[in-house]
Design a protein around this ligand. Structure first.
Ligand code: NAD
Ligand code: MG
Length: 383
């Protein structure tokens, strides 16, 4: 199974690992998109010879045009270029590996163009999951998860013909670098500590989300949307070793799990080759070298972001877009040393208090409005 892929966010953690999979497995690359990292983009373009390289930053695009002038690759710039890459006719699959709500419009464009979506960008489903899944159903586009937990659930659900047979989805959480710490210690949590994830090497935003456990909250909502499951049928369990990537419990009591090393190349590859499996570059699991597998309940008091996300998951509508927008803004402030670690849940809770969510009938513009209002509320709270 050889695919032709466009990668949105090719210079990031998922983007680079996708290119490793493409190289190892012989998938072709049609388009690459980046925000600003021109050197790496040039290197990738020279190696993979895509038809198009898109840079959302116009200056980066101008620079890349000069750097790639001697190659057949076309360079496009601006937000529009991201959409162009998402619908490039030659690609059959779009890997959405940009971070944040920036992935929403290009994902919808790729769905409209009938592409398979290998979905890493969870914020898209958190903000507008109901709309995106409805659009995918309407267009007959497959959305295959890249997020390791959702890929694990997806793999466990292969062969399940009736979703009524599922009693519960169980999402595992590593617990992040601050697991076991109380609020006093967390109040002193620094950027460097928060960026030191015990098991996974990922982009900065998701690494902070893992430290606050917001990542697990976002993944809870992502799972609801991907698998059309009500919140009461999803639970979260802390599993420090990140070997079991998630589980599905069926009505007869059987529990299926997917195990593996902490190597994103496997879920990335499966999102490309599903329903087939092929040999690939992922590090194999050696059970005899595994540490004992442990399980614990998350601590909602120390990690209020998880509770905030579950509250929004139950409420639905645009509340999850408010949650996400406020969190993106708060994490950016934390990464710029403007706020402390526990200000992240404080700012998110504040935005959720101030911005009214629309439930029932809502559309894409309501989602973007909720995102804008949440970011504005965070700015106000900083005054
Ligand atoms: P990253 O920060 O390493 O990379 C982000 C990529 O997107 C870069 O190529 C960057 O140039 C581009 N980008 C950033 N902002 C952009 C914008 N506004 N418009 C267009 N392009 C932009 O991030 P990552 O860790 O690779 O994560 C990407 C997505 O995948 C996130 O949604 C994350 O939650 C999800 N995810 C990541 C992992 C992981 O292991 N890294 C695992 C599961 C899910
Ligand atoms: Mg994950």
């Amino acid at each position: 199974m050889k695919r032709t892929i466009s990668i949105l966010g090719s210079t990031g953690s998922i983007g680079r690992q996708t290119l490793e999979v493409a190289e190892a497995c012989g998938h072709r690359v049609a388009a690459l998109t980046v925000k600003g990292s021109v050197e790496l983009a040039e290197e990738q373009a020279r190696k993979f010879r895509p038809e198009l390289v898109a840079a959302v930053d116009e200056r980066a695009a101008a620079d890349l045009r000069v750097r790639l002038a001697d190659t057949p690759t076309r360079v496009a710039g601006g937000e529009q270029a991201l959409l162009e890459a998402a619908v490039l006719p030659r690609a059959d699959t779009v890997v959405t590996a940009v971070v944040g709500i920036a992935g929403l419009r290009p994902t919808l464009a790729a769905i409209d163009a009938g592409k398979r979506i290998a979905l890493a960008n969870k914020e898209t489903l958190v903000c507008a999951g109901e709309l995106v899944m409805a659009r995918a159903r309407e267009k007959g586009a497959d959305i295959v998860p890249v997020d390791s937990e959702h890929s694990a659930i997806f793999q466990c659900l292969q062969g399940c013909r009736d979703r009524g047979e599922v009693r519960r989805l169980i999402i595992t959480a590593s617990g992040g670098p601050f697991f076991g710490k109380g609020r006093e210690e967390l109040a002193q949590g620094t950027r460097e500590q928060a960026l030191r994830h015990p098991n996974w090497s990922m982009g900065a935003k998701i690494t902070i989300d893992s430290a606050t456990l917001m990542n697990k909250g976002l993944e809870f909502i992502e799972a609801m949307r991907l698998y059309a499951m009500p919140p009461e049928k999803i639970s979260v369990v802390v599993h420090r070793e990140s070997i079991i990537h998630s589980l599905v419990e069926f009505v007869d009591g059987a529990v299926l799990a997917q195990l593996g090393t902490a190597d994103m190349r496997l879920p990335i590859q499966y999102a490309l080759t599903w329903p087939e499996r092929t040999a690939g570059p992922a590090t194999p699991l050696d059970l005899l070298r595994c540490p004992p597998l442990t399980f614990a309940a998350p601590d909602p008091e120390a990690f209020p972001c998880l509770a905030l996300a579950l509250e929004c998951a139950r409420k639905g509508g645009t509340s999850t877009a408010i949650l996400n927008g406020a969190n993106e803004a708060a994490v950016a402030l934390f990464l710029n040393d403007k706020v402390k670690f526990l200000d992240i849940p404080r700012l998110v809770a504040g935005a959720l208090d101030r911005v009214e969510a629309r439930t029932g009938d809502y559309g894409l513009e309501d989602v973007f409005e909720a995102d804008r209002a949440a970011r504005a509320a965070v700015s106000d709270l900083m005054r």
